[in-house]
Design a protein around this ligand. Structure first.
Ligand SMILES: [Zn+2]
Length: 95
């Protein structure tokens, strides 16, 4: 006959409400912090095609000559291929 181990800590099993409040706050804060670096497009905001305004799919970030660019896929509307010059905050049409 096996007896399952039981915890006899009746009073301690209950978590005081104040602990829940304190524990909740850091979780909310860390979630916000994670949102930034999680996706490179987050800190630049959502990029819209400069020609038609539809959203462009971000591909990668690269740096050329000290200028960092965000590269995107071809516009689905056929406007062309663009990259965003992050240093000067302007679009560059590649094709
Ligand atoms: Zn477009």
């Amino acid at each position: 006959m096996t007896e399952l181990p039981t915890v006899h800590s009746g009073a301690r099993a209950e978590v005081p409400p104040i602990v829940l409040l304190v524990a909740h706050a850091p979780i909310e804060r860390s979630t916000r912090v994670l949102e930034g670096p999680a996706s490179p497009a987050d800190d630049t905001g959502r990029r819209l095609c400069p020609a038609c305004g539809c959203s462009l799919e971000w591909v990668e970030r690269g740096t050329i000559g000290g200028i960092s660019f965000d590269y995107f896929r071809w516009c689905l509307e056929g406007c062309g291929l663009y990259c965003f010059d992050r240093s000067r905050s302007k679009w560059v049409k590649l094709a």
